[in-house]
Every structure is written in C-alpha cells, then in structure tokens.
Design a protein around this ligand. Structure first.
Ligand SMILES: [Zn+2]
Length: 277
C-alpha cells in the first residue's frame, strides 16, 4: 500500500505571504481567544501536517514535535485508525484529510473513497460520512489535492453540508485560485480556516527552511499564520526543520503554536488575498 500514496505536492507556490484566516460566516468575533500572555506581539501559528494514515515517512518524527498541531489523516488507509488515535493521545487535533479530485493527475493517486466531480449527490454524501466515521476524533476536514473538486459548487455544498451536520470545521488547503470553499462555508455557516503557506512543496531542507522564513515574515504583519506540511517524501526533512526552528520562533518572536481549531471563529474582516502565482 505504501506505494500508492504518491502525491502531487507542488500544487501551490506559497512564496508570497498570503492571506489569513477567512471568515466562516457568523458575526465574527475576533479570532482566537487565546490568552494574550503579557507580550505585545502575540502571534499565532497553526501547523497542519497532511497525509497521515499510510505509515508515511516522518510519521513518528512529526508526532513527537514539541508543540501541538493539527494532524490530517486520510480515511480508509492501513494506519488511519492508528495515526488518529496516537495523535489524539499526544494532544494533537485530528482532522479528516479528504481525498478530492485534482485538475491534473490520475484518479488512482487519490486513494480509496475519494470525491470526484462525476459522482452523484447521494454518493458524495455517503463517501464524506464514511470518511468521517473512519477517522477517530476528527474535529475538522481538509482537502487532499482537490483543485477540481474545491472549485465545484455542487460538490462542495454537499461536502461542507455534511461537515456542518457533524460539527466539523473546514480547512481550505487552497490548491486552486478558483476555490468556492469561502463562499460555500459562509453561506452554510461552517467555520473556515485557510492555508497561508505550504512548507514542503519542494522536498529539500533548504526550501523548507526558506518557507519558515516566509512564515516569520508573514507574522510580522499578521497575527496568525496557517502552515501546511506533509509526511511522506518530505516528511523527515520537514519534521527536522520544524524541530530546529520551533524554539527560536517561540522565544524570539513570541510566537504561540496552536491547533487549527483554536483559530476559530475567524474575523470576517480579514482580507482574502490570493497568493501570487
Ligand atoms: Zn494530501
């Protein structure tokens, strides 16, 4: 099974310091009620690590990072249950990493139970429900790939509708500029968090370190940053760079590491700025 998890990671250049949390509808309290210690510059970063559930490289190293983060687990995979339970035991948040059809690439890359745009409404609903049932302790959902699906309003209305029924927030990995997720979550009143920076779309420590620099830059002008990394091909490198960077970020810039759910609800006033292509 290990071989079938080849993923397309390089979906989005996150070079630009892009956006922020986006409003989930509702009348936006200001995000995150985290206690504002005493520091004037109290910044928050939510690390989200994708692609758990398939015993991928870096799984153990990532789970042992010295901060709490959000663990996105693919449903119906060999270690789905084990990874979700272990993440929960260690105090991380678990979300469903829902496989969704991209614009380019093979459907076989998606793994079992994927959402594709050719499915009927009923089939989409039943796949999303089954995926949530397959990932213990899930409090949210984000998309694995999905540049085609997250631009499709019919499909996303069903996916996000099920999230609402089950009390899950949605994290938009923003693999396409055409995402309808902000619109649909707002209409349905489902809390939304959006990705700001991809850490490891290129699998080198130099690139991952550079992306940490992008995160730090982003936090100079924003209170929050949502960062996505991966287990799998870059996993060990990403875990190593994070382990190395975390202490300096915590002390120097007084950055607080939080789980993605801690950033809800976000403010509707936050600007939605698309990344530079
Ligand atoms: Zn993924």
């Amino acid at each position: 099974m290990k071989g079938n998890g080849k993923k397309m990671y390089g979906l989005l250049l996150a070079g630009a310091a892009v956006l922020l949390l986006y409003a989930g509808g509702g009348d936006g309290q200001v995000a995150a009620s985290a206690p504002s210690e005493s520091s004037a510059s109290n910044r928050q970063i939510a690390i989200v690590i994708d692609d758990f559930g398939n015993d991928m490289d870096g799984t153990e190293e990532m789970l042992k990072l010295p901060v709490k983060f959000t663990v996105a687990v693919m449903p119906f995979m060999p270690t789905t249950k084990r990874d979700a339970e272990e993440a929960h035991r260690l105090g991380h948040d678990v979300i469903v990493h829902m496989p969704m059809e991209p614009n380019r690439g093979l459907k076989s890359w998606l793994g079992p139970g994927a959402i594709t745009t050719d499915l009927s409404d009923a089939e989409i609903r039943s796949r999303v429900e089954a995926a949530i049932d397959a990932v213990p302790y899930a409090v949210g959902m984000n998309n694995h790939m999905g540049s085609r699906v997250t631009a499709d309003e019919r499909v996303m209305r069903i996916v996000i509708g099920v999230c609402k029924e089950r009390g899950l927030f949605f994290l938009d990995s923003r693999t396409t500029f055409k995402t309808v997720v902000p619109k649909v979550t707002k209409e349905l009143g489902v809390p939304l968090v959006s990705n700001d920076v991809f850490l490891d779309d290129i699998y080198t420590e130099a690139h991952i370190s550079k992306q940490i620099g992008v995160v730090r830059k982003h936090l100079e002008s924003h209170e929050y940053c949502v960062v996505i990394g991966h287990v799998g091909p870059p996993g060990k490198k990403t875990a190593a760079v994070l382990r190395q960077s975390i202490p300096a970020m915590q002390s120097g810039a007084q950055v607080q590491f939080v789980k993605a759910a801690a950033m809800l609800p976000s403010s509707p006033g936050d600007p939605f700025v698309l990344p530079n292509p």
